[in-house]
Design a protein around this ligand. Structure first.
Ligand code: ZN
Ligand code: ZN
Length: 277
């Protein structure tokens, strides 16, 4: 398992690469932009969430928008989709692929239609979107998409939201997206190598964010229930270092495995042969 480094030029079968493009909440900090992940399997790169600066972040990694195999949106809160119009515009500028796969729950697909219509992104210069609905259920469901072993489950959030689980070989990673602690995410993350879980802050401040998010303690309890190997706290708000370390300690009290704060720019490479998974 490699916690940091540049993107590999290719991802092998039985391998998953996760690059954290952003690990913050809707309130970015100098250290953390709004949350998004780049997840690579042998099939190609899936962008998970589409907040701002995505095209620039891809450029830093040496990627063009056309290098993306697909986009997966978990829900339509602004901090998760506000870069969509620009991504599609950049694809047109760069000579877009003819089609582009976009997966999202139904409510978010309706938002995608709205963005496309508002900005006139449906002419021949822009890629034709191949929209795949991610069905939401309290039980993990397979998302039928070629080339990807992907399952999703409904989270406990203020809008319809999907948590995601990617698998390759016997490697599995899970991303809770925005959620209060919920059984569906614990099921989805069963024995996952890493669970990236929503963390609104320390439990003592729970009243401030409990409508749609989890405390660090709750994230730790879900990771423990899931039997995940490792927990990364994600969607971190504008908090000082003392509070963030409090979050790590709190989650560590509820979960036996390693706990870390997700960091913008870090890359995790997981494969069947990696011994320290
Ligand atoms: Zn949200
Ligand atoms: Zn959010």
């Amino acid at each position: 398992m490699t916690p940091r480094g540049l993107l590999p030029t290719a991802v092998g079968s039985g391998e998953i690469v996760v690059h954290v493009l952003g690990s913050g909440s809707g309130w970015p900090t100098p250290r953390r932009d709004t949350s998004s992940l780049l997840i690579g399997v042998v099939d190609g790169w899936s962008l998970v969430e589409c907040p701002g600066s995505i095209v620039h972040k891809l450029a830093v990694l040496g990627l063009l928008p056309g290098d993306l195999r697909r986009l997966i949106l978990t829900h339509n809160h602004v901090d998760h989709i506000y870069g969509l119009a620009h991504l599609l515009q950049a694809m047109a500028i760069a000579g877009a692929p003819a089609t582009f796969e976009l997966l999202a729950p139904r409510q978010t697909i309706e938002s995608v239609h709205g963005v496309v219509a508002t900005h006139g992104l449906d002419d021949k210069h822009h890629p034709r979107l191949e929209l795949v609905e991610v069905e939401l259920s309290d039980e993990p469901q397979v998302v039928p998409v070629e080339g990807l072993r992907l399952r999703a489950a409904r989270t406990a959030h203020s809008r319809d939201t999907a948590a995601l689980r990617f698998e390759a070989g016997d490697v599995a990673v899970c991303y809770s997206s925005d959620t209060r602690p919920c059984e569906a995410v614990a099921q989805l993350a069963r024995d996952a190598d890493i669970l990236w879980h929503d963390c609104g802050g320390p439990h003592r401040q729970r009243a401030a964010f409990s409508q749609g998010h989890s405390s660090a303690l709750e994230a730790g309890l879900i990771a423990s229930k899931a039997g995940a190997r490792r927990l990364a706290l994600m969607h971190l708000g504008s908090r000082d270092d003392r509070e963030l370390q409090e979050c790590v300690q709190e989650a560590s009290g509820a979960f036996e495995g390693p706990v870390a704060l997700a960091e913008d720019g870090e890359t995790w490479t997981l494969s069947e042969t990696t011994e320290d998974r």
